[in-house]
Design a protein around this ligand. Structure first.
Ligand SMILES: [Zn+2]
Length: 460
């Protein structure tokens, strides 16, 4: 049965791995994620080197004797030490502690999100040196009786260059979900390696992307504020200045609330970069698209999954009664205030998309606004348009949800209640193990939106 199961798994993997037929053109913006890891300075521990030299001197006669008998032994692989781990890089994990268990085998005890003792931080770290050729094993531990939002719900990835990410899955042996899990890595090809959640995106990587996008004449970069950690709160707007006046365009707003849901962030990168490609020329003339790729930019370096520095769940942070600095924490207030400004502008938002990740493929769930079934076809036309573009089965059929949850504090229900606009909770993609699949799913979404939101917006 092993073979049959394996081939089924392969088939399933292929089903989601197939690239979209459309692809996205070699537009001006390929992902140029810059080394979140960077090249750390080569600071080989001198003490260890001296010690190694002494050991070699001691065993050299024995080695020579053996060499005379048979083939020379392969050079011993390096061995990692606790000091080679860094949990404070662009992809980090606040409060993590590492101990050595055996040769290249370590235990990492994870910390938790601010004010949320049951929400573990993600297992993110850098190996600063000595990683080449080593097959690292990490046992992650979270000391909590009833953990919530567990660290091992999704896959992780490693990279030697900060651009190409390789997925790694949790082993089943000895696993206690949310409390104990093991990652066994293949031998690393480089001395410095970064490990992060899903297909990671650090704040530093995002800054690199934003700087590249900013060179396109259709892109306007707004820094709507700074995080409590001093990082930029970005809203990146794509709107071709050569198109019709913005008050007559469809306006879309795509935002990522949960900072650890990196696959959702790459989905947005795919959307944005398609808009900047040759294929997206018509869409960027007829629409205004706002992207908020990281609403909690302090999180990637800390490994926070859902929160900002105040420990607030970023998707329970909306205030449908209106933005209020006394009632909200910093980042949610700043972003909601900015959205309220857009709604009061000459080009108010037509549809708000909240970009998330849960298991499976992409799963959009809509709360339709007034344009659906009036100025435009019914919401089912958007569903059918999505399905037609989705030749690689990356997206589940669009559904509609009528009921509000969490008291309107999510970034779907909140704006829907406050402004009556279309709001879409876009979940899923936890089963996409590559950056490319996430980018491709974003391309399908934006292609379908460009088609469904046809022409320009009727005068109001
Ligand atoms: Zn989420």
């Amino acid at each position: 049965m092993g073979t049959a199961r394996l081939s089924l798994q392969r088939l399933a993997a292929r089903r989601v791995a197939r690239p979209t037929a459309q692809g996205h053109g070699p537009g001006p913006a390929r992902p140029i994620a810059r080394g979140g890891s960077g090249d750390p300075p080569r600071q080989a521990c001198r003490g260890a080197r001296v010690l190694m030299a002494l050991v070699l001197a001691a065993v050299a006669p024995a080695l020579t004797a053996r060499a005379a008998e048979g083939p020379a032994p392969a050079p011993a692989a390096q061995e990692l030490a606790v000091e080679d781990f860094d949990f404070a890089g662009p992809l980090g994990s606040e409060g993590a502690r590492v101990e050595k268990v055996g040769r290249n085998h370590f235990r990492v005890t994870l910390g938790h999100a601010p004010n949320q003792p049951t929400w573990s931080n993600k297992l993110q770290f850098r190996l600063l040196r000595h990683a080449r050729g080593i097959a690292l094993r990490v046992d992650a531990v979270f000391a909590c009786e009833k953990p919530q939002y567990v660290f091992d719900e999704y896959f992780y990835s490693w990279s030697a260059d900060g651009r190409e990410w390789h997925p790694v899955q949790w082993g089943e042996e000895g696993r206690q979900r949310g409390r104990r899990g093991t990652l066994q890595f293949p031998p690393f090809p480089a001395d410095a390696v970064t490990v992060g959640h899903q297909v990671p995106l650090s704040y530093e990587d995002l800054v690199g992307l934003v700087e590249a996008w900013a060179k396109h004449p259709a892109v306007r970069v707004h820094v709507v504020g700074r995080s409590t950690g001093g990082r930029n709160l970005y809203r990146v707007t794509v709107a071709d200045p050569a198109g019709p006046p913005e008050e007559s365009r469809w306006v879309h707003y795509f935002a990522n609330q949960h900072p650890g849901e990196h696959n959702a962030q790459w989905r947005m990168v795919g959307m944005l970069e398609w808009l900047l490609s040759d294929e997206g020329a018509d869409a960027r003339r007829r629409s205004v698209c706002h992207f908020l790729p990281m609403m909690s930019p302090d999180a990637p370096s800390k490994g926070w999954y859902r929160t900002n520095s105040a420990g607030v769940d970023m998707n329970r942070s909306y205030r449908p009664e209106g933005a209020d600095p006394a009632a909200q924490t910093h980042e949610p207030y700043v972003f909601q205030k900015d959205l309220e400004g857009l709604m009061a502008s000459r080009a108010p938002v037509t549809a708000v998309w909240a970009m998330h990740t849960w298991g499976g493929i992409v799963e959009p769930i809509a709360r339709p606004g007034p344009e659906m079934g009036t100025a435009l076809g019914p919401w089912t036309l958007l569903r059918d348009t999505l399905e037609r573009h989705d030749t690689a089965d990356l997206i589940k059929p669009l559904k509609v949800r009528e009921k509000e949850s969490y008291g309107g504090t999510s970034w779907t229900d909140g704006p829907h209640r406050q402004f009556g606009v279309t709001a879409v909770l876009c979940e899923g993609a936890g089963a996409f193990f590559t950056k490319q699949q996430n980018l491709d799913s974003g391309v399908v979404l934006i292609q379908a939106l460009a088609e469904y939101y046809k022409g320009t917006r009727p005068a109001r």
